[in-house]
Design a binder for this molecule. Structure first.
Ligand code: NBP
Length: 478
């Protein structure tokens, strides 16, 4: 009997995914450009299931039943293209090639079109959960032809994380839809981590020890904030440096790295014209952390409060931080889901946003109790944005006094909270009956004759600013 699934790429992600497939009873063909890696994986894990290692790509392809299902887990970019180009001449019409790496969705669109030209299906599948997720059950976001999902879906669903008996894997939409959703998942992950970082800084400014902070996060993890990232924050804060015994976070250089998915999320949002300011602030917060020259120059020149926070009721303020964190998190999820909805309209993906929330409930890095509420709100209501969902709007209403207090105290103390404050600004902008954009339009008309619309009648208008000051029809003005 031939293998029913193949995995190319035996580095961390590919080998763990192949083992997961084998553990679920699949017959797994495996291949890696450098054969010694395949040999090492088989030597160590070959007894865990039915693996079919191949040293040559042609033998790998020949060992698969048709339509062939091949998951590529190699370094994103040139590695993916090289693997695809090597595969194309070996495949037959109807075969399915899956890219499980972190590809940019425009690359996925390009590859899908190319493979379609060869009569092949190309599936861009976002896979989240890191190496443990790949092995034990990730969240999988596959995009491609509906037909390919029929042949592939059951296999992917069998290895995905399960929540309430349902797999954290569902068909997302055509071509780049799956990788787009994975990209936004990562953007939300950036925001989640930024908010947690701001809460940490505020708790520290209150004078809590690292063990006390770890306890606070552990307690928060038993309530509305229950999530993987809050859980591991408690563990990281409690960790002592094996060398010095100091809290580990105090010996880690405060320069955050990034691999690009957060930046892509913001760039794509800018192209779509959809506001994701909390996600953008998270990306920029990493950027300033990793700008040593700018920081050194500014540290010498700039004055301000020393960052200590003194409040009358410390426990009350800690709870207010919890509420600010929850409310900001809701806004970031709303912004990310808004971006997915807008991309669906732009690219014709017909994405079910509630189903996206559903498959993020388990396996992935942003898994959180909040996602069940989001799933049920999208299932029950036709939502333009998550913020209008009844239980979300009332939750934000309840949290907003605390949220405003935390931002105000932080601003006065000189503790930077770009995430909390930008999320709050989004909340206030979104609910405002009038925005200052009216003045922007007036200014644009003044210096550039860009025209404006009126609240009381149709059409576009222009003021003859430099002559008689009269309002004229702006239809023909640029
Ligand atoms: P890497 O990203 O480290 O890539 C190593 C693999 O790519 C090896 O199998 C290597 O083969 C292969 N490869 C390279 Br490099 N260039 C190649 C080429 N030109 N042709 C064929 N194969 C090539 O592996 P990883 O860390 O397991 O990640 C795999 C994918 O999963 C990436 O897209 C990554 O972004 C994504 N990822 C996701 C998560 C997550 O949490 N979801 C985590 C980590 C990674 P060799 O052995 O012959 O050099």
């Amino acid at each position: 009997q031939l293998a029913n699934i193949g995995v190319i790429g035996m580095a961390v992600m590919g080998s763990n995914l192949a083992r997961n497939l084998a553990h679920r009873g699949h017959r797994v063909a495996v291949y890696n450009r450098t054969t010694s890696k395949t040999d090492a994986v088989i030597a160590e894990h070959g007894s865990e299931g039915d693996f079919r290692p191949a040293a040559e790509l042609a033998d790998f392809v020949a060992s698969l039943e048709r339509p062939r299902r091949i998951i590529i887990m190699v370094k994103a970019g040139a590695g993916t293209d090289a693997t695809i180009d090597a595969l194309i001449p070996l495949l037959e019409e109807g075969d399915i090639v899956v890219d499980g790496g972190n590809a940019f969705f425009e690359d996925t669109r390009r590859r899908e079109e190319k493979l379609r030209g060869h009569g092949l299906h190309f599936v861009g599948a976002g896979i989240s959960g890191g190496e443990v997720g790949a092995l034990e059950g990730p969240s999988i976001m596959p995009g491609g032809s509906p037909e390919s999902y029929e042949a592939l879906g059951p296999i992917l669903e069998s290895i995905a994380a399960q929540v309430d008996g349902e797999p954290c894997c569902t068909y997302i939409g055509t071509d780049g839809a799956g990788h787009f959703v994975k990209m936004v998942h990562n953007g939300i992950e950036y925001a989640d981590m930024q908010f947690i970082g701001e809460a940490f800084e505020l708790l520290k400014a209150l004078g809590l020890s690292h063990d006390e902070m770890a306890d606070v996060f552990a307690t928060w993890n038993t309530g509305d904030l229950d999530s993987y990232l809050i859980e591991i924050t408690s563990e990281v804060l409690r960790k002592r440096d094996p060398n010095t015994g100091a809290p580990l976070v105090e010996v880690i250089v405060d320069a955050a790295g990034m691999k690009g998915t957060g930046t892509w999320t913001v760039q794509s949002a800018l192209n779509l014209g959809t506001p994701v300011n909390s996600i953008a602030e998270s990306v920029f917060a990493r950027a300033i952390s990793s700008a040593p020259e700018l920081r050194a120059a500014a540290q010498k020149a700039l004055q301000g409060p020393d960052g200590a926070i003194n409040v009358a009721d410390r426990d009350l303020f800690i709870d207010q931080i919890r509420q600010a964190l929850w409310a900001s998190k809701v806004v970031a999820y709303a912004q990310g889901l808004d971006e997915i909805r807008m991309a669906g309209l732009e690219y014709g993906w017909d994405i079910n946003v509630g189903e996206v929330a559903k498959i993020w409930r388990g396996g992935c890095i942003i898994r959180a109790k909040l996602l069940e509420r989001i799933r049920s709100e999208y299932a029950a209501n036709q939502l333009v944005t998550l913020l209008e969902a009844p239980s979300v709007a009332s939750g934000l209403a309840d949290a907003q006094d605390a949220w405003r207090e935390v931002v105000a105290v932080a601003v006065r103390a000189g503790v930077p909270v770009p995430g909390f404050s930008s999320a709050l600004a989004h909340y206030d902008q979104a609910r405002a009956p009038r925005l200052n954009a009216a003045l922007t339009q007036g200014l644009r008309d003044y210096f550039g004759a860009h025209t404006y619309k009126r609240v009381d009648r149709e059409g576009s208008f222009h003021i003859n600013w430099s002559t008689d000051g009269a309002e004229v029809d702006g239809t023909d003005t640029h």
